[in-house]
Design a protein around this ligand. Structure first.
Ligand SMILES: [Fe+2]
Length: 326
């Protein structure tokens, strides 16, 4: 985990390191041995964030080709461009002129009680803020947790007076290809390292695993506890190139009809250097279109139902993982 992947635009809070020690220790405040906090809710995928070496070109992929709009009203600033999919889900783009961060990303899940999450994680020994949170730049409550073996994870609660709420109904043009962010996929170098956090602490539940070969698991779908949204572990066993990072760290936009989505896109000009890989059938038995920005950031357009209504069976293969000395 590299600490330099942190954004600066959405948080007043410094990134915290995680001491992953099952502690049983009690948090501060009014907790007692009989009041260890219960797990708060995770109500959806909020957003994913990518670095780009050319903000204008990357933003144009989302606006001119996919039909979205850069959010105004102070949400987007030079250090952070925000593009909404709907009133609760969006993407953040951070400038990295020399593109030294290889599109590295973090992602964020939404809750209705960030402060409860802070207390809950503190009670389990995680090194999260010790004091109650204050609203960040956008007027919402959030904090970050770097996950060993995975990417940085953020929890956010939209406040009624925050800037996200203030743009409700705005920056949502009729021509956008879809209004649903279904999942984010992120690099995981060893699922055995991240699972204790994501399953036991966050409450994710595995629903499917598979890969391009039946004997190898490359992708693992994890459902959020209080939402139909998922996250996707993208497993690997060797240091990935920038291109591979762009394939693994990705977002999934859900569509009801992938043929119709492709027809809409065919009426628009694919920006120079970007790619539309056409309609394919995924190993999970969902039809999809893989799109790539000129820097290789991947956006999946995935149909929201299985071909013939039948999900593909989960793989019994071996999950990829990085060797301990890599
Ligand atoms: Fe995916």
């Amino acid at each position: 985990m590299k600490k330099n992947v942190l954004p600066t635009c959405l948080s007043l809070l410094a990134m915290v390191s995680t001491s992953v020690q099952a502690s049983g220790q009690l948090p501060g405040g009014d907790q007692t041995p009989h009041q260890t906090p219960q797990r708060p809710r995770i109500t959806g995928v909020s957003h994913a964030c990518f670095y780009t070496g050319d903000m204008a070109r990357t933003a144009a992929f989302f606006t001119d080709y996919l039909g979205y709009e850069i959010a105004g009203d102070g949400l987007s600033i030079p250090a952070c461009t925000i593009i909404k999919f709907n009133d609760r889900q969006f993407i953040e783009l951070f400038p990295d002129p020399e593109n030294r961060r290889n599109n590295a990303m973090h992602y964020c899940l939404e809750t209705d009680d960030t402060e409860a999450w802070r207390r809950y994680l503190l009670a389990r020994g995680y090194d999260v803020p010790k004091e109650p949170l204050s609203p960040g730049r956008t007027g919402n409550l959030n904090f970050f947790v770097p996950v060993p073996g995975g990417v940085t994870f953020e929890i956010m609660q939209y406040l009624p007076g925050g800037m996200i709420a203030a743009t409700n109904g705005k920056y949502l043009p009729a021509g956008r290809v879809t209004d649903r962010l279904g999942h984010v996929g992120f690099m995981v170098d060893d699922m055995d390292k991240v699972n204790p956090f994501y399953t036991e602490v966050i409450g994710l539940r595995e629903t499917w695993r598979g890969g391009m070969r039946p004997d190898i698991v490359q992708w693992v779908h994890m459902k959020l506890p209080d939402s139909p949204n998922t996250v996707e572990y993208m497993l690997y066993d060797s240091p990935p190139s920038q291109g591979a990072r762009g394939v693994m760290n990705h977002i999934c936009l859900l569509v009801s009809d992938v043929d119709e989505a492709q027809r809409i896109l065919s009426t628009r000009t694919l920006p120079e250097g970007c790619r539309n890989a056409g309609i394919q059938l995924g190993a999970d038995n969902l039809r999809q279109i893989n799109l790539y920005t000129h820097e290789g950031i991947r956006v999946e357009l995935v149909e929201d139902h299985y071909v013939n209504g039948v999900p593909a069976p989960s793989s019994t293969g071996r999950p990829l993982k990085m060797a301990a000395n890599n």
